[in-house]
Design a binder for this molecule. Sequence first.
Ligand code: NAP
Length: 237
Amino acid sequence: MALLGKIVLITGANRGIGLEIARHLGLAGMTVIIGSRHKQRGQTARDHLQAQGVDAHAVELDVTKQPTIDAAARNIDGKFGRLDVLVNNAGVLLDRVPPLQVDLSLLRTTYETNVFGAFAVIKTMLPLLKRSRAARIVNISSGWGSLANAPNLKCPALAYGSSKAALNSITVLLARELKEANIKINLADPGSVATAMNNYQGARTVQQGAIAAVRLAILPDDGPTGGFFDDNGAVPW
Ligand code: NAP
């Protein structure tokens, strides 16, 4: 995939893995749009990337608030007229208790961002993605969303893990329909990465955590769709 001038939107890109995905794709020649629910945080991230020579832009986008997703789509349409890559990176990890202690409101809040938010962004950005010759969608999942791995998790997070499993399912179910529009959609598992989400307790750096997503964002035409990958290859479902 030729990268120069390609337009990529990354949600929740004002920090952590999303910011690193933006930095990497921007340094490779893509025009990056930082989606951020707080305007000022997005602008700070944009300035940070611009200082490194990246063609970076910021757009206010809270994945749980449809009007902000609509406004972001209009903004991108007006400035660029299309989207080549969408990275659904925004996510929350809210449960720090054993599965039976998770209450319904926490489950709902988690799904609002990790599942419904990602789906809403895909649906809203689809017309812009269809204007690309060969668009790519990358959904940031987690090893905790793997049903195969779930029985062996030391500290299972019911809301978070099941939300990522739902995102996995949505991705597979969308892949075939999106093929008709020449759009590839895949899942990236960053591994355990030191970010604010885990009080910087993850073993990997954001640079390592961004690898799988970056690869999927720039997949060649003969690349896979509907798959789940970390930087070593396929992740068991
Ligand atoms: P992070 O530093 O906490 O970043 C999460 C980002 O998502 C922040 O920019 C946050 O914005 C944004 N966000 C949260 N809710 C949002 C909303 N409603 N609308 C828009 N943006 C929202 O965590 P991270 O580790 O980089 O996480 C990035 C992705 O990787 C997530 O999907 C996460 O589940 C996944 N992941 C992380 C790990 C890990 O070990 N860190 C492992 C597997 C998967 P604010 O700054 O405004 O809060």
